[in-house]
Write a protein that binds this ligand. Structure first.
Ligand code: ASP
Ligand code: MG
Length: 374
């Protein structure tokens, strides 16, 4: 297309309330070519939607409806924090009411059947992203002179019919984006859309899997030939280990697609595991940073990293075999002789299976090794 387009995705904690949304909107406005904004549901909403389904399934319809009301109240209050004018409030309340009608309807059906399918859950899940994207689009429009357009991601994120874990249909996403996104983008607007959700060939709502909004952002980036995808979250980048679990972690300034993908696939929570596949296919750089501290360096993931030998990060996964700790980085062969049982390796990783009682000690030791190469 010859135009520079950037995509930014904001996670649930980044859009948890009007103040947090405001920071994200400022970040969007500060960047000339940022044309597509992908938002997650507000913090905890997706979990609350699961709770609503579970409560309805137990036959506790009143309690489930109360939870829907709680969701409505929380989103209405964000709406009034964004714009308390009578017209804006009325429009917001009507929109939220309509959406939550769907939630109530689904809760009634689930409580009658005493069960719900993955398809039902996807129909419920999508309400979270639809509410947050509506609110974010309103807030953004107050801050920018460009026209803000709210687009339903189900019109262009096509998946197969694996409800709860839809497999992205890349060619179809590319075709529908040509129709649904590219003509608007050529008019210098900002498109706000939902992460996580899509639709199958029958038009039924699907989702990409929990935490899948990162993947939505890179799928869109791929479809519109974006020059960059930004993933804004609550940590300042991809860290040497989950900074919520140990103290002395550092943020890694630069990673290759393989390294970042492998860290995510082997347990690093910061990115949804498939996120980097579309980016790698098109060579689109991905930036990971914190919407609370956007000036921090963040992590750049791209195809031209200055090659750095040795371990760059550590990830942790608990699976049926036990605790898997994996060092990720280039040329890890020189690490022979570590006193851990190696259970797997790839061109950019070595994995060790660690007994519960040794986990803390091994984690510290392997993390020290990563830091020594920093
Ligand atoms: N809202 C969804 C979830 O919580 C998707 C996402 O946030 O990435 O799993
Ligand atoms: Mg996430």
């Amino acid at each position: 297309m010859g135009v520079v387009l950037k995509v930014a995705k904001f996670g649930g904690s980044s859009v948890k309330d009007a103040e947090a949304m405001g920071r994200c909107a400022d970040l969007v406005c500060s960047q000339e070519n940022l044309s597509v904004v992908v938002v997650s549901a507000t913090q905890n909403t997706t979990n609350e939607l699961e709770l609503i389904a579970g409560t309805a399934k137990e036959g506790q319809l009143d309690k489930a409806l109360l939870l829907v009301d709680h969701l409505r109240a929380r989103h209405c209050s964000i709406c009034s924090d964004i714009d308390a004018s009578p017209e804006a409030l009325k429009e917001g309340e009507l929109f939220l009411e309509e959406i939550l009608k769907e939630a109530k309807q689904l809760a009634v059906e689930i409580s009658e059947k005493r069960k719900y399918s993955k398809k039902d859950m996807d129909a419920l899940y999508c309400l979270g992203e639809r509410m947050s994207s509506f609110l974010f689009s309103k807030l953004l429009q107050l801050k920018t002179k460009k026209k803000v357009i709210l687009k339903d991601a189900r019109k262009f994120i096509r998946t197969d019919s694996t409800f709860g874990a839809g497999v992205a249909q890349v060619d179809q996403i590319s075709n529908s984006s040509k129709k649904e996104l590219i003509p608007d983008l050529a008019r210098d607007v900002i498109i706000v859309t939902q992460g996580f959700i899509g639709s199958d060939s029958d038009g039924a709502t699907t989702t990409l899997g929990r935490e899948g909004s990162d993947y939505s952002a890179t799928l869109i980036g791929e479809a519109i030939d974006a020059s960059e995808v930004q993933i804004w979250t609550d940590v300042e980048g991809v860290a040497t280990f989950d900074p919520r679990l140990i103290d002395n972690t550092r943020f890694i300034p630069e990673l290759s697609y393989e390294e970042a993908s492998t860290l995510a696939l082997l347990g690093a929570k910061v990115l949804y595991p498939k996120t980097l596949f579309p980016a790698k296919r098109k060579g689109i750089p991905v930036f990971v940073g914190s919407s609370k501290n956007p000036k921090a360096e963040g992590t750049r993931i791209h195809g031209n990293c200055v090659s750095k030998k040795g371990p760059r990060g550590l990830s942790f996964l608990k699976n049926s075999e036990g605790n898997l700790l994996s060092l990720v980085g280039d040329e890890l062969g020189s690490l022979e002789g570590l006193p851990f049982k190696k259970v797997g390796e790839s061109s950019v990783s070595v994995s060790y299976l660690i007994e519960d009682e040794n986990l803390d000690k091994c984690l510290k030791e392997l993390h020290e090794l990563v830091l020594s190469h920093f």
